[in-house]
Design a binder for this molecule. Structure first.
Ligand SMILES: Nc1ncnc2c1ncn2[C@@H]1O[C@H](COP(=O)(O)OS(=O)(=O)O)[C@@H](OP(=O)(O)O)[C@H]1O
Length: 412
């Protein structure tokens, strides 16, 4: 298309210029033939018309291709089904579609729910911003590196071979974002919630959320509510008994306060942490029906998983060490996944303002990257007596958990 247009254009311009020079040279010598004048005019008009048509074709043809590229990137990063939908990314992210990938992590699953207390934590419909910064970041700065476009275009979508199944507020987002730096890991950014909320959509739906991977690359996702979902172990095992499971665990007391802080940030009118902790404040009876408390009874939830998976297939990451020594924990995770230790100390720096380790370069970017403001919130001060009472409550469960995992996490 370009060559003929240019030739026509050049011819017209050349003819026009020649005629112009003829006109100017012989302006006073002889009058210019009207036929030639018309021809020149026609030539210029033809040129202009061809040029405009060409510009329009060029412009229009770039539009669909831009959309295709963008959607491909979105599918890869947010895991949304977009290839045929024609719905743009922003509207999907801003207006949560029915039964779709949720941007939040916070959803307390039935095994341990009771209606009254969980109303406090019923964040299915409200907490769509919890991981927003990270997920939005993926779309804001599409990876332009040649390697990334290579991997975007080829490969195929596979069911995840490894899943971060918990725990809520354990540091799951930090772990996933750090892992994504590894060239052999491809992960969906948003939480699919397939094995708890979206199971009826079927495995094809789930697979379609995943980014494309090449041979040897591992597909991953994270949904922290799986750990406390009674049906999740059987369902994951039915997908593949070989699925590797990763659980980021954190001191259950701090985890409960973190959970409460998150709810408080969205519902400032909820009762105090202290009043929610007790079923009966006078007797000091802990309310284990409150999900913020219930999630931290790790030993109990783990028993459910061990019905379907051997311990060797579950890796426990310390949420505390993920902050104090991210490279060390990432080393363990890479070993567990059978990957080369590519993510090392060199990838992290401690950001004083944030108060947390951050990536020197995030996936697909050359800029430093810290997690968003919903990660690392300031916790409210909790009555030390209540904290102590909770410590006493969790101690036997923690001991059991250390025994089961063969690892002392040092919470007591
Ligand atoms: N590097 C880094 N940056 C920021 N935050 C970090 C990091 N590593 C771990 N954490 C801790 O992660 C806590 C949030 O955990 P999750 O990402 O699992 O939360 S969620 O369940 O997905 O909502 C979050 O909990 P809060 O401090 O209570 O906000 C952090 O303490």
């Amino acid at each position: 298309m370009t060559l003929p247009v240019c030739l026509v254009g050049l011819w017209c311009v050349q003819t026009g210029l020649m005629e112009y020079s003829l006109i100017s040279h012989n302006r006073y010598a002889r009058s210019f033939s009207p036929v030639k004048k018309k021809l020149v005019l026609l030539g210029i008009m033809l040129f202009l018309w061809v040029y405009m048509a060409y510009s329009c074709v060029g412009y229009c043809s770039t539009m669909p291709s831009m959309m295709v590229d963008y959607r491909a990137k979105e599918t890869q990063t947010a895991g949304k089904r977009t290839d045929n939908s024609g719905v743009d990314l922003m509207s999907k992210l801003l207006f949560k579609p029915q039964g779709w990938v949720d941007l939040e992590t916070d959803y307390d699953e039935p095994p341990i729910r009771t209606a009254s207390r969980d109303l406090l934590n019923d964040e299915v419909e409200i907490d769509r911003t919890e991981d927003w910064d990270e997920i939005r970041g993926e779309h804001k700065s599409p990876d332009q590196s040649p390697m990334s476009s290579f991997s975007n275009g080829s490969g195929s979508k596979k069911l995840p071979q490894a899943i971060i199944i918990g725990v809520k507020k354990g540091g799951t987002r930090a772990l996933l974002e750090f892992l994504r730096v590894h060239p052999d890991i491809r992960a969906v950014g948003a939480e699919p919630h397939f094995f708890d909320r979206n199971y009826d959509n079927g495995l094809d739906w789930y697979r379609d959320l995943m980014p494309k991977t090449l041979e040897g690359q591992i597909t991953m996702e994270k949904t922290p509510s799986y750990f406390v979902t009674r049906e999740a172990p059987a369902r994951i095992s039915a997908m593949s008994r070989d699925t590797k499971l990763i659980v980021v665990v954190r001191d259950p007391v701090t985890r409960a306060i973190s959970d409460y802080t998150q709810t408080l940030s969205k519902k400032p009118d909820i009762p105090t942490f202290e009043s929610l902790t007790f079923r009966n404040r006078t007797t000091g009876l802990i309310d284990t029906s409150w999900s913020a408390i219930q999630i931290g009874i790790y030993a109990k939830h783990l028993e459910n998983w061990l019905q379907y998976f051997p311990m060797s297939q579950i890796l426990f990451v310390s949420g505390e060490r993920l902050i104090s020594d991210p490279a060390g924990e990432l080393g363990r995770v890479q070993d567990f996944l059978g990957l080369k230790r590519i993510i090392t100390d060199k990838h992290f720096y401690f950001n004083q303002t944030k108060g947390f380790p951050c990536l020197k370069k995030a996936e697909g970017s050359s800029k430093p990257h810290c997690l968003g403001k919903t990660k690392g919130r300031t916790h409210p001060n909790i009555n030390p007596e209540v904290v102590q009472r909770l410590r006493d409550f969790y101690r036997p469960f923690n001991m059991k958990f250390y025994q089961m995992t063969g690892h002392n996490f040092g919470w007591d």
